[in-house]
Each structure stands twice: as structure tokens, then as C-alpha cells.
Design a protein around this ligand. Structure first.
Ligand code: FMN
Length: 309
């Protein structure tokens, strides 16, 4: 298989240049080099960190993950070390090991997001991904990402306080993802990533001697089952915005990646598949490079163009 550094996979996300379009998704890849037993993390296009909040969070109690037939449900509750410890401990490893990263940020109020954006700006963090699937405390538990005006206000406030690459990550739990995407673009986003998890529930039923025991987990559904929803979302968003889209949802193979490119994505993020195949991102990068070469494309841009024609 080819060497990963030949440049034919170079990807431009509105001025944010990645060596290849394969990124690992937030919450499935730790903060920096946690996967280094399996992968040379610095060869990836980028990793997205676990969501970082202003204060550390312990996350939810009880059962947090459940496997389903075509993916998983998680109810982690944004457990993370908080911005201070991230800057003190995690950032150094990212820099020392030359790992390209996008920082995923989350909050409950616009003030919290703005505070985080300012800190990222001061620390010259090159790219952030704004997780807008968090409850908007002011709007009474509505997620920021489900209402255009809240979304616009949030993204615009972050934009005014952060000069790096601003990626807005959309939730699929909406009526019109196109309207939300347009609001993100209008508010100054440099790129859009889609999709975050879908709302789902698993009820495990155990019956013994006529007595029923139920284990219920509600949370975000991810993995292979959501891929058609994600591809459809990317395709619809691509029709209404002109900023780059990063496709996310159920990616497990090179064919899945090509499908997202055909739908209009410039890059992709791989999430749940990392848990079962921790080296999947590196494998797909090698396969993608091989695919471009074997099929005689000049580079990945030519392949994407052909896939969309
Ligand atoms: C265990 C777990 C934790 C996640 N944590 C975050 C998070 O902190 N921030 C975020 O924006 N998305 C988070 N996600 C969503 C993923 O980044 C991704 O958008 C989603 O899982 C769909 O991709 P996939 O089907 O490839 O997993 C998480 C997903 C999983 C499975």
C-alpha cells in the first residue's frame, strides 16, 4: 500500500488545509494520542477532541452505552476534563506529537460558548467544532441546534470572538436541517459538520418465571444504522450552502467515504467504528490513496468531482 504523505489526498476546508480528508469524530477518539497503540495518529487528517466545556463534567450516572443491532446508544453526558486541564495536559501531547486536531466545544449558554471561543483564540487553536446539540438553558432545554434564531445568535457570537476555522456541527433531530445549515453559514461558519447522533432508546427485556426486568437506556444513536440519514442530510445541506461540509455518520469502509463525497462532503469523520476497529481511519486513508492512484485520478479533488457528476 502507498505512503500516506504524497499530497494527492490534501483537502482544503475553507483555508484549513488537511493532509487527507479522514478525521476522527468527537467523543470516540479521546483528547490526543489515546489510539497510538493502534494507529500513528499524526497521519490522520485530524482528530476531533472530546467535547470540552468551561468546567470539568462528570457526565451521567448509570448505564452509559448499549450496543444495538446496527450501532450503539450513548448517554455519556459530556464527561470531560474541562478547558483548564485540557490546555495544561492534553494540548502539550497534541503539539509534541504533531497531531492535527479540531477542538470540539460545548456549553449551556451563549456566554459559556463565547468564553471558550475567546480561550481558543488566545491559545491559537487552529480549528474548533461547535457542538450545538446541547440544551439551551435560556430557551428552556431546547437544543441550540434545533432553532434557527438561537443557532444564529450562538454561532455569530462565537464568530465575533474567534479568528480560526469555525466548524458548526449540526444535529439531525430537526425538521429542516437545511434551514439550520443556512443560519450557520449566515452567522459566519467556515464549515459545517453533519451529523451528530439521533435520539434513540433501547429497552432490554429479561423475563424469568413470569417476572419482567427492563433495562432502559435513552441517548444518542450512532453507527452504521444512521448512515443513510447522514448521507441524505449532507446531500440536502450541500444544495443550500457553499461552505465545505464534513460528513459524519456510520462510516465503516472506503465505499462509505465515497458515498459521502458523492453527496457533497469534502471530508468525513469516523466515530463509532473506532470502537470495534481502532485502526480503521488509517486503513481507509491507505485505501483511499490507493483508489485515487489505481483509477488514474490526479488527486482527490478530481475523484470528488467525478463522484458528483
Ligand atoms: C460515545 C460517544 C460520545 C460522543 N461524544 C460527542 C461529543 O462529545 N461531542 C460531539 O459533538 N459529538 C459526540 N458524539 C457524536 C459523534 O462525534 C458522531 O457525530 C456520531 O457518533 C455519528 O458518527 P458515527 O455514526 O460514525 O459514530 C459522540 C458519539 C459517541 C458514540
Amino acid at each position: 500500500m502507498g505512503i500516506i504523505s504524497s499530497g494527492i489526498l490534501q483537502t482544503n476546508l475553507n483555508g484549513y488545509i488537511l493532509k487527507n480528508p479522514i478525521i476522527t469524530a468527537s467523543g470516540t477518539y479521546g483528547y490526543n494520542n489515546e489510539y497510538s497503540d493502534f494507529v500513528n495518529v499524526s497521519t490522520l487528517g485530524a482528530i476531533v477532541t472530546k467535547a470540552i466545556t468551561l468546567e470539568p463534567r462528570e457526565g451521567n450516572k448509570g448505564i452509559r452505552i448499549a450496543e444495538t443491532k446496527a450501532g450503539m446508544i450513548n448517554s455519556i453526558g459530556l464527561e470531560n476534563v474541562g478547558i483548564e486541564r485540557f490546555l495544561e495536559e492534553k494540548l502539550k501531547v497534541l503539539k509534541d506529537e504533531n497531531i492535527e486536531f479540531i477542538m470540539n466545544i460545548a456549553g449551556s449558554t451563549i456566554r459559556e460558548y463565547v468564553e471558550l471561543a475567546k480561550i481558543c483564540d488566545e491559545n491559537k487553536i487552529k480549528a474548533i467544532e461547535v457542538n450545538i446539540s446541547c440544551p439551551n438553558v435560556k430557551a428552556g432545554c431546547l437544543e441550540f441546534g434545533t432553532e434557527e434564531n438561537s443557532l444564529y445568535e450562538l454561532v455569530n457570537s462565537v464568530r465575533n470572538n474567534y479568528r480560526g476555522i469555525l466548524i458548526v456541527k449540526l444535529t439531525p433531530n430537526v425538521t429542516s436541517i437545511e434551514k439550520i445549515a443556512m443560519a450557520a453559514q449566515k452567522a459566519g461558519a467556515d464549515a459545517i459538520s453533519a451529523i451528530n447522533t439521533l435520539k434513540g432508546t433501547q429497552i432490554k427485556i429479561n423475563c424469568q418465571n413470569g417476572e419482567i426486568n427492563k433495562t432502559i437506556i435513552s441517548g444518542g444513536y450512532s453507527g452504521k444504522g444512521i448512515k443513510p440519514i447522514a448521507v441524505g442530510a449532507v446531500m440536502r445541506i450541500a444544495q443550500v450552502v457553499n461552505i465545505p461540509i464534513i460528513g459524519i455518520g456510520g462510516i465503516e469502509t472506503l465505499e462509505d467515504v465515497l458515498e459521502f463525497f458523492a453527496a457533497g462532503a469534502e471530508a468525513v469523520e469516523i466515530g463509532t467504528a473506532n470502537f470495534t476497529h481502532p485502526n480503521i481511519s488509517e486503513t481507509i486513508i491507505k485505501e483511499l490513496e490507493e483508489y485515487v492512484k489505481i483509477n488514474g485520478f490526479k488527486d482527490i479533488e478530481e475523484l470528488k468531482k467525478e463522484l458528483r457528476s
